[in-house]
Design a protein around this ligand. Structure first.
Ligand code: LIP
Length: 284
């Protein structure tokens, strides 16, 4: 990260805007949930998108253009725009779209601000409850103004982990095999349907950890920063940053065992891409 990313005034401005945008977009989503939405599909027949997703992302992109006209955007519903400032906004207008369509009250707006490719500010607003999770790099993580300190100090065998699954049948088959291998090693699993809220649940201690393969940047960009700033350990495959191969988060007591288990299981045919590359050792 260059100087811009360590500019405290810029990071503070981005953090305030991320919270403002997430809260405003969540209010827009709530207005949609009061009436029937138009549902269509994307990558598969189960990968749903609604007019609420698209309208909320358009609103977010317009707010960003108004507040910081030179910034880039990357949104789940196609809101990609180049920028000239080094700042990129990573947006999921409704994370948990299937929950939203079904009326399951667990879906969120996720807004992250990156400087030179690294997230420095993020906000996740639960559109059903109104809870606002937020963080800025080096500034801690908060839920409605209350400082967050991560999950209880339990080992992996006593941990309740969140996870999730993709929309492609082949990917889901491998994710099911990964889950079957993890399940005997933990206390329990929760599949709650929103990656950003799952990551925030670890930050606030409502889950002891979380892992998922196949995520997109907009699913994890804000929630991973919030979890990290709450004192959790965040990792991708083999100690790399989170990406579509793996996003994993846990508290300090369970993290090393969880990450090593996932590295071992994903070294072979269980990887979301099916790659069988040999694992390099995770630095101790
Ligand atoms: C969802 C994620 C969830 C994952 C789903 C889907 P969406 O995001 O939040 O964790 O398991 O497959 O990717 O599609 O609702 O924005």
């Amino acid at each position: 990260m260059d100087d811009a990313g360590s500019d405290p005034d810029l990071v503070r401005e981005l953090a305030e805007l991320a919270a403002e945008f997430a809260r405003g977009a969540a209010a827009l989503v709530r207005r949609f949930s009061a009436r029937r939405v138009v549902v269509s599909t994307k990558s598969t027949d189960t990968d749903l998108v609604t007019d609420a997703d698209r309208a909320t992302e358009r609103w977010l992109v317009a707010q960003i253009a108004r507040a910081r006209p030179g910034d880039a955007t990357l949104g789940e519903e196609g809101g990609a725009r180049a920028g000239r400032t080094g700042v990129r906004w990573v947006l999921d207008p409704i994370d948990g779209t299937v929950n939203f369509v079904l009326g399951l009250r667990r879906y969120a707006v996720s807004v992250a601000a990156e400087v030179d490719g690294a997230a420095v500010a993020g906000a996740v607003c639960d559109a059903a409850s109104g809870e606002l999770f937020r963080a800025q790099r080096g500034g801690g993580a908060y839920l409605d103004g209350r400082r967050l300190h991560g999950p209880r100090p339990v080992p992996l065998a006593q941990a309740v982990l969140g996870t999730g699954f993709g929309y492609d049948a082949g990917v889901r088959a491998r994710q099911g095999e990964l889950l079957a291998a993890v399940l005997p090693r933990v206390a329990d699993i929760r599949r709650l349907g929103s990656a950003s809220l799952d990551l925030c649940a670890v930050a606030v201690g409502r889950l002891d950890g979380y892992f998922e393969t196949g995520l997109s940047p907009w699913d994890h960009a804000a929630g991973a920063l919030i979890a990290s700033e709450a004192g959790c350990l965040v990792s991708g495959l083999r100690a790399e940053p989170p990406d579509e191969r793996l996003t994993a988060v846990a508290g300090p007591v369970a993290a090393a065992e969880l990450f090593s288990l996932l590295d071992e299981l994903l070294a072979g045919p269980l990887s979301s891409s099916g790659s069988t590359s040999q694992p390099s050792a995770r630095p101790s």
